[in-house]
Design a protein. Sequence first.
Length: 354
Amino acid sequence: ILSLEFDLYAWSSVNICLNQFIVHFTLQLICYIMNSTPEGHSDHFEYDYETILNEFANNHTSEINPAHCRETACVFSVILTVIIFLLGIIGNGAVIWIAGFKMKKTVNTTWYLSLALSDFIFCSTLPLTIVKLLINNWPFGLFMCKFTSFVMFINMYSSIFILVIVSVDRCLTVRFPVWAQNNRSIAKASAVVVLAWLMSALFSIPPAKFRHIEHFTETLTVCHNNYEGHHQTAVFIRFTFGFLIPFLSICLSYSILICKLNQRCRSNKPYKIMTLLIVTFFLCWMPFHIVAIMELGVLKHNPVFHSAQHVTTTIACANSCLNPFLYAFMAKDLKKCYSFLSKIESAIDENMEI
């Protein structure tokens, strides 16, 4: 029988997910009420980007210092983004080398290699964001404005889709061990990963389509979202397929896992590692989705809200640098003087003990 510690840990993760669902459902309901208007009025609130951006240009251009970012939220975002970039490139690069080249290829290394590749690609685009925050200007043109948005959302979708796949894979392996032994293969796992990436790319195209640049002065170009009347639809799709359905699927898989594993004597380390990855993902992305939902309502014109957008987006980006260090933290013999790479390899090895 699994240890009581693992039971409490697993149930705690499920409770966290349930709490997130309650929060998001409530916010969605509130936003629906706020967006309900009397007959004869507009049927939804939406950014009037031309008005807002022109107000920004007219009222604040004289205050912009191209060499400094004065807002506290912006300073926080710059510092944290630099840290995310450095740790993400180093950590995910290490996982790619270990899972892709050093270790024997298995179904599980396929999952973790995909996660690391997604995070590495996203982190490689962060210098553009850092420059934008530092000079308070977007000098990279329309294509890169759309491309960075595409990469961010393909990272979000591919990461959560892979986490769902791994959760279902764990569930099937425990629930139907004979079937899993006969049907789990590297080729099938690779095909599933490719399908997940294709779906992620499909969901990431609309956010990129809505990205536009606005030129105000020679030193002020803004890369922003222009939803063209589709704001609510975009937020609904992103929240539903990038958060709600995945977390419900993961909760269901873990509920089945807990019930089945209580009857077995297994190492709890693999499940703790995966649970930690999942909970970390949701904690990083939950504020982003909450602010995105609030964006539909009256709070969108509040200066504090705009600062919250900076901060929550940066926190969401932080998820891309955390996984390698979670592997190392959860590795066996942590107190011994093993190298960082050895700890990552040890953690991935432990995840193969299903």
